[in-house]
Design a protein around this ligand. Sequence first.
Ligand SMILES: [Zn+2]
Length: 232
Amino acid sequence: MRANFWTDLLDFIAPRTCAICGRRLSSTEECICIKCLCDIPFASFHHHPLDNPMARLFWGLFPVERVAALFYYQPQSPPYRLIHDLKYHYAPETGQYLGRLTATRMVPHGFFDGIDAIIPMPITWLRRLQRGYNQSEEIAKGIHEITGIPVYDKVVKRTKFKGSQTQLNTRERRENVQNAFYLKQPEKIRGKHLLLIDDVITTGATVTACAEELVKAGDTRISVLSIGLTKG
Ligand SMILES: [Zn+2]
């Protein structure tokens, strides 16, 4: 990307800074600096999208196709700040950037081939109100920019809110999200290959609950993509 005069001028008046280390960005850098980009612990699941540690989280729970994550996610690891800003510090542009970064890395490996629609993981209206947006929708917008795949953001709705899942184990998480989703437009996804998008996947319980609702439409295929995979 070639920066133009106006980008340079804007950078001079209001310097953009790296979302991870806070260093001033050059006009060719986007969201994070090149050093922080190189330090990201990227995952390579998209090289083996049908069989990898993240795909195995879903085996036997719903018929899953391709599965990948952009990076491994651990509290205090460099990318932690990106996700934290996206969820708690009003940074929708970070979500879009992460979506573009993910798509750019995975398109050459055919990860998106044959996918008909992107489904961002829904959040409750209360969460959306608190945050100002759905972070998975922002990620989906970035993926759409690169792949052109349409985003269906009204197909499934999240109905239940029981607070944070952070302190719960796998079984408790599963119970917490049971019946938390409602399929609103089954006819829109019938017969389609869907890509479910989430920000961070830990046990896969939320994705599984949402996928179980999507398969009710009949004849759907489901792939899963997240930005982070929590390393246990
Ligand atoms: Zn940096």
